[in-house]
Design a protein around this ligand. Structure first.
Ligand code: FAD
Length: 487
């Protein structure tokens, strides 16, 4: 890849910081903003990739390293998609996708390849824990060790649909339909339906534990658990080795020290002969001719490729017109969309609070929050739906005070992914019934158009790892197709 200005931070229009003195900055500094390529040659590409998130970037690298001429078209002014590292006071903040784990095979390969390292969110293994009870009116500090173990037991009951901790339903989570009939059956349940089945057997009858369980379940799907598919819980549970501690360690403890944006840059830098167009949104994809794809941008520029890989997030796909229309089942799946997710924010406190973790069940505006650094100056928080306006520092401080009385917020930063027109969701969580009705249809290639996304992968769907898996799968399909066309 040429024309990159190395290691300089530039401002993306995504994200914001609000300071307690009223100062507001819209846009964040990041290494993910690349010097734009001013003009492109009017030539035919082997592959046009739509979207420069991890699915698109990995596909671009692998195809270009196999000698394919690749064009990436990205609507945003930066690469990385739903991941974005910004620096404030010389500290990395991950605004989108953050935590990874060595048991996530595709991301770990990249960590090894580029010699990156991990850093730990300290509060993920906190010693001090608070739970908000009685509809957000009563705060209780609880001993982490006891309650974490008890919550693990409650989670086991919740997940144990078959007497084997869900193993017979999801024995091979990277091949999610291994037990097809069982998957279909449990896919009909919402997370709330499953809770209703087991609520009376959560025997310790300990309200704190139940509320913690509810917080974690709602946090995982970032909304009302009546709207989240139970099968996605079982998938996370299986990927987490059917164990709550291990699951949580994989979901929320270890971050890329250099930052996700540095990893996105590293992948892009490795590309050969790839042209990248930023701030260019695709309006329509015409594959009428079958031997080529004509991409029309918002400014009516036409770009031609032998194939295209569409890596647009599931909830934003409906904005692109396909000619001829996509297969009916795929169209229906796009119309249904996935759960839109909720909010994520970071705050810096005036005074540190040490090592801390807080839970608050739905519909509290913050369902989970924890400290990130050793001293406890920095907290990451999550909430369901769009209940909390994270751009309002007073509102964030008020809600945080319910979990951590009297703390003062110095600044809050984040990005409104739910309302970002090119994303319209956070991480993938399907609605009840959606995995069995839609996943395979969404994955299906319609040559010369192929699909890849962290929202349609098999294993770690909803994660950076899943985006890489799906991007790599599309590379295999495109290569097979192009090779067949040339023989
Ligand atoms: C708040 C948040 C927290 C998360 N936490 C974690 C975590 O801790 N760990 C983890 O592994 N994962 C996490 N995830 C999920 C992870 O970030 C995503 O699953 C992954 O990054 C998706 O990659 P992708 O390439 O499939 O899609 P994206 O990264 O969304 O890339 C798709 C790209 O397509 C572009 N696009 C859309 N429409 C058009 C168009 N019309 N024309 C051109 N381009 C278009 C978009 O701008 C975007 O850049 C989180 C996500 C969010 C939002």
């Amino acid at each position: 890849m040429t024309n990159l200005i190395e290691d300089s931070l530039k401002e993306t229009s995504d994200g914001f910081i609000h300071y307690s003195d009223g100062l507001t900055e819209v846009g964040l500094l990041t290494s993910a903003v690349i010097e734009p390529q001013k003009s492109i040659n009017n030539e035919e590409y082997d592959v046009i990739i739509i979207g420069a998130g991890f699915a698109g970037l990995i596909a671009a690298r692998e195809l270009s390293l196999r000698g394919r001429k690749v064009l990436i078209i990205e609507a945003k002014d930066r690469i990385g998609g739903r991941t974005l590292t910004t620096q404030v006071e010389n500290r990395n903040f991950e605004i989108g996708g953050t935590w990874i784990h060595w048991s996530q095979p595709h991301i770990w390969t990249e960590i090894t390849r580029y010699g990156f390292s991990l850093t730990e969110s300290k509060g993920a293994a906190a010693t001090r824990m608070s739970v908000l009870l009685d509809n957000g009116t009563k705060l209780k500090e609880v001993p982490m060790a006891d309650h974490w173990v008890a919550m693990g037991k409650a989670m086991e009951k919740y997940s144990d649909v078959d007497g084997f901790q869900g193993r017979t339903v999801m024995p091979l989570p990277h091949t999610p339909f291994t037990s097809n009939e069982a998957v279909k059956m449990y896919d009909q349940l919402s997370m709330q339906d499953r809770l209703n089945q087991v609520i009376n057997s959560l025997d310790d009858n300990n309200e704190e534990i139940i509320q913690m369980l509810l917080s974690l379940l709602s946090m995982n799907m970032q909304g009302n658990i009546a709207q989240g598919g139970f099968i996605d819980h079982l998938r996370w549970w299986a990927l987490g080795d059917y164990d709550m501690n291990r699951m949580f360690e994989k979901l929320g403890r270890y971050k890329i020290k250099e930052g996700t944006s540095a990893l996105a840059r590293a992948i892009l830098n490795d590309c050969q002969k790839v042209t990248l167009l930023l701030s260019t949104s695709v309006k329509s994809i015409d594959r009428t001719s079958r031997n080529s794809v004509i991409i029309r941008t918002q400014t009516d520029e036409l770009l031609i490729g032998r194939t295209a890989i569409v890596t647009v997030p599931l909830n934003a796909l409906k904005k692109i017109e396909f000619m001829p229309s996509l297969e009916l089942q795929k169209q229906e799946a796009i119309t249904i969309g996935q759960c839109p997710g909720g909010i994520k924010f970071w705050v810096k406190l005036e005074e540190p609070v040490g090592n801390w973790f807080g839970f608050a069940p739905y519909p509290n505006p913050i369902t989970m929050a924890y400290t990130d650094d050793e001293d406890g100056f920095f907290i990451v928080g999550f909430g369901p739906d769009g209940i909390l306006d994270i751009q309002n520092i007073d509102a964030v401080e008020k809600e945080l005070n319910k979990l951590l009385p009297n703390v003062k917020v110095k600044y809050v930063l984040g990005h409104d992914w739910r309302n970002d027109p090119f994303v319209l969701s956070t991480w993938s969580w399907y609605k009840p019934g959606q995995m069995s009705s839609s996943l395979m249809a969404l994955q299906k290639s319609e040559p010369p158009v192929f699909f890849a996304s962290g929202d349609i992968s098999n294993g770690w769907r909803g994660f950076i790892d899943g985006a890489l898996e799906s991007g790599l799968t599309s590379v295999r399909h495109v290569q097979q197709y192009l090779t067949k066309c040339s023989t």
